[in-house]
Design a protein around this ligand. Structure first.
Ligand code: MG
Length: 377
């Protein structure tokens, strides 16, 4: 049952290239299906979330992360009466623009572009996700990209600087860049994906962090949010320890966060009383944690930044990753090689698109081929 404030696929703002509707699927189901069949989606399986893909088979990758975001998002959407298909489409597409090697790769590529051409606007993964679905996928005879609906694209572009938004608006005056200039919100489905993303990575990075041995259960005791659910788990299952205790604590934490979002968002919706998605867009952000959970979530995020993302071992691989991206960029500037043969000219942006599309392992192999050096083993 869709609530009146949910996105209704029959009232979509449509696609950039008009297409007849599908006989059996809604517009958002169709978006989801196009994303699942895209090349960029399959590449997510070999792209880093936090741990480099070759460091272990059980760590999250961009693909499993995206599936977890979709699961959390759908489950919350169903209870709130939001459009599950739209949530799923946005969740599965939200990380399509990530470079190999996670944020290290993005930072390096951004620097390469800015140094080579200060007016290039650099590289940003959210904008790149939009670029992938709007231009870079080559699947249809009549247009570039996947030609997704406005609502899915709106959710994919979750952040955007004013400068980038201005550029987008020049090309598409009422498009998805507009809200950053007007300072309005996206649909509830898009807001939900944002929060589900945060809930997902906070939880799975605790799991992967402990699995990697870079953080341990004792450190996690300093975190109010985690400690509470660990105590609960032990109280109800005396003797629970090790991996199962970790999983049970994370499971309880995840579920408490989901219920918190349901309660806080339900209350915000009752108070604001939107009767249409346009009223949602004009209101302040309505999908939210309670203030207490928001604080604890920030605490968890800070903990992970200090103890995991900035762990010397993670930083060491980060430095190698940056080197790979820099070397590739430089090499393709000198001689783009085979991938660019069919092009009349090769712009810096083409090089950035090509590198951004690589999986971790392809980038490593290509780096070794071009430089004769092997930075990872
Ligand atoms: Mg994400």
């Amino acid at each position: 049952m869709l609530q009146p404030f949910a996105c209704d696929p029959t009232a979509s703002r449509g696609r950039r290239h008009p297409e007849p509707s599908a006989p059996t699927r809604s517009e958002y189901q169709r978006d989801r299906d196009r994303i699942v069949h895209s090349t960029a989606f399959r590449r997510l399986v070999y792209k880093t979330q936090v741990f480099l893909n070759h460091e272990g088979d059980l760590f999250r990758t961009r693909l499993t992360h995206s599936l977890e975001v979709a699961q959390l998002g759908r489950s919350i959407a169903r209870t709130l009466g939001l459009n599950e298909d739209l949530v799923e489409a946005i969740a599965l597409a939200h990380d399509l623009g990530h470079t190999p090697f996670g944020h290290a790769g993005q930072d390096a590529l951004n620097e390469c572009l800015r140094v080579a051409d200060p007016s290039s606007g650099g590289f940003e993964h959210n904008l790149q996700s939009l670029r992938v679905v709007d231009f870079l996928e080559e699947r249809y005879p009549d247009f570039d990209g996947l030609n997704l609906t406005f609502e899915t694209r709106e959710g994919v572009l979750k952040h955007c600087s004013l400068r980038h938004a201005e550029r987008l608006v020049v090309a598409e005056p009422q498009g998805v860049g507009r809200r950053f200039l007007d300072r309005t919100q996206p649909s509830l489905e898009a807001q939900l994906c944002n929060l589900a993303d945060e809930i997902a990575y906070n939880a799975h990075d605790v799991d992967d962090g402990v699995r990697s041995g870079l953080i341990n259960m004792e450190q996690l005791q300093d975190l109010a949010l985690f400690a509470r659910f660990r105590q609960q788990a032990i109280a109800q299952h005396p003797g629970l320890a090790g991996r199962r205790l970790l999983f049970e604590s994370i499971r309880r934490m995840l579920s408490a966060q989901v219920y918190d979002v349901l309660d806080a968002t339900g209350a915000a919706l009752r108070e604001a009383g939107p009767s249409h998605v346009d009223e949602v867009r004009a209101a302040p952000a309505l999908v939210r944690f309670s203030p207490a959970m928001a604080r604890e979530s920030v605490e968890l995020k800070n903990f992970l930044r200090t103890n995991l993302y900035r762990h010397p071992q993670v930083v060491a691989t980060t430095d190698h990753a940056k080197q790979v991206i820099h070397d590739l960029f430089l090499a393709y500037q000198k001689d783009p090689g085979e991938w660019a043969l069919a092009r009349r000219e090769v712009r810096l942006r083409d090089i950035a698109d090509y590198i951004a599309g690589m999986t971790d392992r392809f980038a490593m192999r290509e780096h070794e081929r071009l430089t004769g050096r092997r930075l990872f083993d």
